[in-house]
Design a binder for this molecule. Structure first.
Ligand code: SAM
Length: 418
């Protein structure tokens, strides 16, 4: 079979960037080797700006339908993937009969009511409760429903409403004929960002072997095994997976933008003083250590409210905290750069958000940085989802083993090779 011209629209045309070439190469290899016979098709709900799609495509699947309600995210999705498969609108308006045939369905549903920073209404909440619409659509698809599903959300999904929300979701998937597995995966394995996420994988026709070796404990932590053991009524399965890569060796310094000290993005003296005066003793010590570092070093900082007062906390390590949507400003991350006796603070840039999500070639055209940061903070980390898609979803639906084409170590390269 002739390799098709790469349809990866995020690979800038005419660009010779290594990441674009790498993605093209991965895609062409996927087309001509493992998945040439039957390239799995995927439909994605809560598609946002399409980073789940990016991960699925890197792993060798083709997305044939996507839905999201946000017009600004739809514009970014279009800039990167075109709009041929994208349906803009409320998932509540979508019917099972509207969905094309596919082997995989993904739902990266809103975390607003599940995250520890949110209201913890759980699946009773207006936004996170939308997972019910995804389940309704699967039900309406009847025998045409995809054989595998992947749900993605924050780790708080496991504890929301005392664990009942996750349990109810697993039971609902069981009722639709899906056996379930749970995986906990932190993006820090692939990029310098702490981003723990929970994945539920459902399969209508799972493999019969269910041996889980000890080294998988990082992917299926003890609470997962307990949950499954305590609920024998659940129909579950597990799938042989390679060991997870160890934490990424890259640091924030490797992918922070190098802005000149005179760049307008750096905060003025007044704002920087307010930042510094809000620091607790331990954070002040970190700021002093940064200022006197022998070379320029960067850390991220979060604004929190302590006793009704806004305070800043500087991370003690060299990775970024979890990127979030920037509703209300409190979850926005700042970047602190210090060394040679100087210290500067600024907001992180959209470029840094894209790199930390493992999507350095992501495009946003002339859209405002705040919108881009908002959207990317809500998105997934591409190499983490690509690892799962490559090692789990695709072998699950094709019955073929994962190849070496996009081995875990190369997923990491996605984030840095620009
Ligand atoms: C956690 S984000 C998913 C982000 C996505 N995975 C990405 O890579 O950008 C949840 C998404 O659900 C979308 N959403 C919220 N309410 C919706 C609704 N009623 N119908 C469809 N999409 C909705 C939001 O616009 C948001 O993009």
């Amino acid at each position: 079979m002739q390799p098709r011209a790469s349809p990866l629209p995020h690979a800038r045309s005419g660009s010779h960037s290594p990441v674009a070439s790498y993605l093209r190469l991965c895609y062409q290899r996927c087309m001509t080797t493992t998945h040439a016979a039957a390239k799995p098709r995927a439909v994605e709900f809560f598609a946002g700006v399409g980073l789940v799609r990016m991960a699925l495509e890197v792993a060798g699947a083709g997305v044939v339908f996507a839905n999201d309600i946000s017009p600004s995210k739809a514009r970014m999705y279009e800039l990167n993937f075109g709009n041929a498969d994208f349906v803009l609108g409320d998932i509540a308006e979508i019917k099972g009969t509207d969905i094309p045939d596919a082997e995989i369905a993904t739902a990266s549903f809103p975390c607003t009511d599940l995250s520890l920073a949110g209201n913890r209404a759980g699946l009773n909440g207006r936004e996170s409760g939308l997972v019910g619409e995804f389940l309704r659509i699967l039900k309406e698809m009847g025998d045409n429903r995809p054989t595998a599903v992947m749900l993605e959300n924050v780790a708080g999904f496991a504890t929301s409403n005392g664990g009942r929300d996750l349990l109810t979701t697993l039971e609902a998937l069981n009722e639709l004929g899906y056996y379930c597995d749970i995986a906990a995966l932190d993006a820090r394995r692939f990029v310098p960002q702490s981003r723990p996420r929970l994945f539920v994988i459902g399969s209508i026709d799972p493999p019969s072997t269910s041996y889980v070796p000890d080294e998988w404990v990082s992917l299926r932590p003890r609470w997962v095994t307990h949950l499954l053991a305590e609920n024998p009524q659940l129909r579950t399965f597990s799938f042989p997976l390679p060991p997870l890569p160890s934490d990424s060796e890259q640091t924030l310094d490797d992918l922070a933008e190098r802005l000149a000290p005179a760049d307008a993005a750096w905060w003025d003296d007044q704002r920087t003083s307010r930042f510094l005066s809000s620091l607790s003793h331990i954070n002040e010590e970190r700021a002093v250590a940064l200022r006197h570092a022998p070379c320029l070093t960067r850390r991220t900082a979060y604004r929190r409210t302590r006793g009704g007062k806004a305070v800043w906390e500087i991370r003690g390590d060299s990775i970024s905290g979890c990127l979030r949507t920037t509703r209300g400003g409190s979850s926005k991350q700042a970047l602190v750069e210090g060394g040679h006796g100087e210290l500067r603070v600024r907001w992180m840039t959209a470029t840094e958000y894209a790199r930390l999500q493992g999507a350095p070639a992501f495009r946003w055209g002339t859209m405002p940085e705040t919108q881009v940061r908002f959207a990317l903070g809500d998105a997934v980390c591409v190499p983490a989802v690509a690892w799962l898609a490559h090692n789990y979803l695709l072998p699950l639906v094709t019955g073929m083993p994962a190849t070496e084409v996009t081995a875990p170590s190369t997923y990491r390269e996605l984030a840095y090779a620009e």
